[in-house]
Design a protein around this ligand. Structure first.
Ligand SMILES: C[S@@+](CC[C@H](N)C(=O)[O-])C[C@H]1O[C@@H](n2cnc3c(N)ncnc32)[C@H](O)[C@@H]1O
Length: 266
């Protein structure tokens, strides 16, 4: 069974277009900060600079995950593969990394990137976060970078993440959440959804959803989300949103990137 909704379709088209039109990203995209500001500089020295700069993320799930050799890692919404490649280098030859993404163009780029850096312990599977093509109880660590906010059914995503994690497994995610409600004009925009803004939910609701499917020790640490990134995201949506009808300060106040960790009980 596949998962497909108008939101999935809009998001897929958005990211297919992004990857086709640029060798790297970071045009005007809320799900994207210059990679140098997301990761410690020494983490990126092991990959070619064009791969390091093809990031659509909003944080550094690799450092958050504290990966160890031999672990099996799953990346939810692996994009062009940067986090999978970094994870594969951390878990080494005895470990294994699986990236799942619903955009075929992203899967192709990720596979090509992994081949270029000669990694044999990473694979990319086409699929949906809401219906993961992964066996139950097989994954040690789930990472994800700015993707869960894009799902129209986040509870299903957390249910699936819980299912595939082995007992005692860890979830280490960077994502966009909100503190308070977003302006209605933004929430109604599919384009704002694809830009990682409209689909973001309040941090409290995010945590409640995770706990409701069984996750324990859930922590949320806010990370600075700069005004420039929000400005460029809003500019990108100018054709579909009447920007005069929203208060920019309300958006700055409401939206932030967070580091989120949680565990499946052993
Ligand atoms: C903002 S990009 C992040 C990509 C990558 N994590 C990174 O940091 O560069 C979002 C990615 O998630 C994928 N995606 C979004 N929603 C998805 C879903 N429901 N199921 C599978 N993939 C999804 C998109 O195709 C896109 O590649």
């Amino acid at each position: 069974m596949t998962t497909n909704t108008p939101i999935h379709e809009t998001v897929r088209e958005h990211y297919a277009e992004r990857i086709k039109n640029s060798a790297s990203c970071c045009g005007s995209d809320a799900c994207c900060s210059p990679e140098s500001s997301l990761y410690p500089v020494d983490l990126l020295t092991t990959v070619p600079s064009d791969i390091a700069s093809t990031s659509y993320g909003c944080g550094d799930p690799i450092t958050l995950a504290s990966l160890k050799p031999g672990q099996t890692v799953l990346d939810l919404g692996s994009g062009a593969g940067l986090d999978c490649i970094l994870a594969a280098q951390k878990v080494g030859e005895t470990g294994h990394v699986i990236g799942v993404d619903m955009t075929p163009e992203m899967i192709e780029r990720a596979q090509a990137n992994a081949k270029r850096v000669n990694l044999k312990n990473v694979e990319f599977r086409h699929g949906y976060l809401e219906n993961l093509p992964v066996e139950s109880n097989t994954v040690d660590v789930i990472i994800s970078n700015c993707v869960i906010n894009l799902s129209p059914d986040k509870e299903k995503v957390f249910n699936e993440a819980f299912r595939v994690l082995a007992p005692g497994g860890k979830l280490a995610v960077s994502d966009i959440v909100t503190d308070g409600p977003l302006p209605e004009a933004i929430k109604q925009s599919l384009s704002a959804w694809a830009g990682c803004v409209a689909g973001a939910v309040e941090a409290e609701d995010y945590v409640d959803m995770m706990k409701s499917v069984g996750f324990t020790d859930v922590t949320v640490t806010p990370v600075f989300f700069d005004k420039e990134t929000v400005d460029s995201a809003l500019a990108d949506m100018g054709d579909v949103i009447d920007l005069k009808s929203i208060s920019r300060d309300d958006v700055y106040k409401a939206i932030y990137s967070a580091k989120i960790t949680a565990y499946k009980p052993a």
